[in-house]
Design a protein around this ligand. Structure first.
Ligand code: ZN
Length: 278
């Protein structure tokens, strides 16, 4: 399959507020809209101390689609009490998404050092199923995001798109899907096949872009802007679009380097990175 064409206009692109973490959400929304972005994804911490519904209205007044709320998850735990607390926290995240007007919560599913990944996956699958009635009531979906295996110790036992698809297929609800983040899955030899499968399942809820730096200096906060690394971005976007995805291309860059810079300069770089590489 040929790589995708350049993204013609920014109305199909979205920025995750974590990417410009130094900006309060009000500033981020105004700047993203002024730059021409069509969407915004909201990091839950960005809502601290704010009226969530009023913040959602503000984002829409800027003409931005609220693409996702990030993040829920962290379901795996060694005790039933902790798992129950995690489920309650996820119900709150679903309520927040509903108040914000976000159609879905993205899930970083969790893992516990020393607990088998198989056991964690069972706990995650059970938790997502247990969360589903609350999602149905709120009309809010959840997107299972597989994380790169370097995070399998303590962030997610779901490490491939196949595992995420398996979970979504088993649960079998239109409100349970997957998020494809190029940073986590670009290396996977089954990626093209599994993206097509996500499409057939009707499960392709989100598509996140950034890039993989060589060397990577920090496991969490050293992602690159699109074009700074080695991920075949347009190839993966072509697969996602061939699978029927018509949502926003979401820029999600956790980066100490970028957070230390002038954020207007960062947003300018994001715009150019999308035009040249996304
Ligand atoms: Zn992501």
């Amino acid at each position: 399959m040929n790589p995708a064409l350049p993204l013609a206009d920014l109305s199909r692109a979205c920025v995750h507020t974590i990417t410009t973490k130094p900006w309060p959400i009000e500033t981020a929304a105004a700047k993203y809209a002024a730059a021409g972005f069509g969407g915004i994804t909201v990091w839950r911490e960005a809502l601290k101390g704010r009226n969530v519904a009023a913040t959602g209205r503000l984002l829409r007044e800027h003409g931005l689609s609220v693409v996702s709320l990030c993040r829920g998850g962290f379901f795996a735990a060694t005790t039933a009490a902790e798992r129950s607390r995690a489920l309650d926290e996820n119900r709150r995240a679903v309520d927040e998404a509903r108040a914000l007007g976000a159609p879905k919560v993205v899930l970083v599913c969790g893992a516990v050092p020393g607990q088998s990944l198989t056991e964690s996956r069972l706990q995650i699958s059970d938790a997502v199923a247990a969360l589903l009635p609350h999602c149905e009531q709120a009309k809010v979906g959840v997107a299972i995001e597989p994380l790169h295996p370097m995070y399998a110790d303590n962030r997610s036992a779901v490490n491939t798109l196949r595992q995420a698809n398996d979970m979504a297929e088993r649960i079998g609800s239109p409100l349970v899907g997957v998020a494809v983040d190029v940073y986590h899955v670009w290396w996977d030899p089954d990626l093209e096949v599994e993206i097509a499968r996500s499409g057939r399942l009707g499960a392709l809820m989100a598509f996140h872009e950034c890039d993989w730096l060589t060397p990577t200096a920090d496991l969490l906060n050293d992602r690159g802007l699109m074009g700074e690394g080695c991920i075949p971005l347009r190839q993966i976007r072509a697969w996602v679009e061939a699978a029927g995805f018509r949502g926003h291309v979401e820029v999600e860059v956790f980066s100490n380097r970028l957070w230390a810079m002038d954020q207007d300069e960062v947003l300018g770089r994001i715009v150019r990175a999308i035009q040249d590489h996304a």
